[in-house]
Design a protein around this ligand. Sequence first.
Ligand SMILES: CC(C)(COP(=O)(O)OP(=O)(O)OC[C@H]1O[C@@H](n2cnc3c(N)ncnc32)[C@H](O)[C@@H]1OP(=O)(O)O)[C@@H](O)C(=O)NCCC(=O)NCCS
Length: 170
Amino acid sequence: MQPKRIEESRVILSQLMHPEHANNLGNVHGGVLMRLIDEAGALCSARHARRPTVTVAVDSLTFLEPVQIGDLVTFCARLTYVGRSAMEVEVCVEAEEITTGERRLTNRAYVVYVALDAAGRPAEVPPLLLETTEERERWEQGRQRQAERLARRARETPAATSACRRPRPE
Ligand SMILES: CC(C)(COP(=O)(O)OP(=O)(O)OC[C@H]1O[C@@H](n2cnc3c(N)ncnc32)[C@H](O)[C@@H]1OP(=O)(O)O)[C@@H](O)C(=O)NCCC(=O)NCCS
């Protein structure tokens, strides 16, 4: 498969935050930001794969500062690491106060998507063409995060450890 550049699948989404996006404190609800982070990341992965993709893991999602109603919020998504069918996307979120133009980095997340074939099975995706030292460093960090996720998955998979299960009396 022909390798593809990171720039080819980069996604930038902007959304003005309205009162319906507020939480009880009057700031933007974290779940609203999470949905848009996932949307930007999913588009980025699907652009690279040119296939439908599904979210398989979200980690390192940080909330650095609250976002205010009236802010213009921009979600920038770019690939960091690609396996056979799995792709890690870094999504950065910036909030812009429209009257002053001040921009703040408010969130960062790493989200993993899997490309699916027509039968819903994981499908191979093009490799990443790494063009700069920075891209190679990000790729290596992504590779390490993915190895940690898979080790965690192996440890945590048993359904018996689910928080949905009631504890049995000892
Ligand atoms: C995505 C899905 C089809 C993968 O199925 P699976 O049986 O785990 O398949 P595999 O074990 O072959 O894994 C496929 C790829 O996902 C990666 N993967 C699976 N679980 C992962 C996890 N928890 N974290 C990171 N990567 C993971 C694997 O490493 C593999 O990557 P590779 O092909 O690059 O080596 C299945 O987990 C699924 O349908 N999940 C639900 C997805 C969903 O509904 N998302 C929400 C709506 S979009």
